[in-house]
Design a protein around this ligand. Structure first.
Ligand SMILES: *[C@@H]1O[C@H](CO)[C@@H](O)[C@H](O)[C@H]1NC(C)=O
Length: 198
């Protein structure tokens, strides 16, 4: 009997630990869910924001600079991917007609500029992470990101009215980059009105 009791106590303790820690894990997951939704509440494309940024919840917590970095890194990664895709389309020669080929060339250039400008933004956010609040850096950040968004819009304008399937696909992918960039911009705009923790 004593032997059984002796093994029941540690077993009960073990069970409690397991139950409590899974409960704690669930609470943490719920908190992360709340954090991403709260961060994304300032964005225009909230569903896309929550979907693309939820995996950053643990990293970003409630820190606005980290959320801006997360939004930017997703936009930058997608922009790079689309830039590569545009190069492939250009090489593949599937785009016909003079007007469309010019639009593709312009768009490829615009996407490259977008990638460069988003890189600039990432460098600024790294400085902000290290050194905390600085008004002029936030201004620069917002300027470069707005420029990136303008370049993406310029690309889309070039293809306006074109009905070819391949063009539709290009537009879709570039449009997606504009959504992600717009979200990153909204997350960055928030830095202008909040105190950045060091
Ligand atoms: C839009 O970007 C997200 C994030 O990179 C990606 O997961 C998704 O597949 C993209 N959608 C389209 C239509 O390109």
């Amino acid at each position: 009997m004593r032997l059984v009791a002796g093994s029941i106590v540690p077993l009960t303790v073990l069970l409690m630990v397991v139950v409590l820690s899974s409960f704690g894990g669930q609470l943490a997951a719920e908190n992360e869910d709340i954090n991403v939704r709260e961060a994304c509440s300032v964005t225009r494309f909230q569903d896309i924001c929550v979907r693309s940024l939820s995996s950053f919840s643990h990293f970003a917590g409630r820190n606005p600079v980290r959320w801006a970095r997360a939004g930017l890194s997703v936009a930058l990664r997608e922009a790079k991917g689309v830039a590569v895709y545009l190069q492939e389309v250009k090489r593949g020669g599937q785009i016909h007609g003079r007007r469309q080929r010019i639009a593709l060339l312009d768009c490829t250039e615009c996407l490259q500029d977008t990638v460069d400008n988003l890189h600039r933004c990432l460098r600024i956010l790294r400085v902000l992470t290290r050194e905390g609040q600085s008004g002029s850096e936030v201004d620069d950040l917002i300027t470069w990101m707005s420029t990136a968004l303008t370049d993406e819009d310029t690309c889309l304008d070039g293809f306006e009215g074109e009905k070819a399937k391949q063009v539709g696909h290009i537009r879709q992918r570039v449009l997606n980059v504009t959504y992600l960039t717009s979200n990153a911009l909204a997350l960055s705009n928030k830095l202008a009105t909040t105190t950045i923790p060091k």
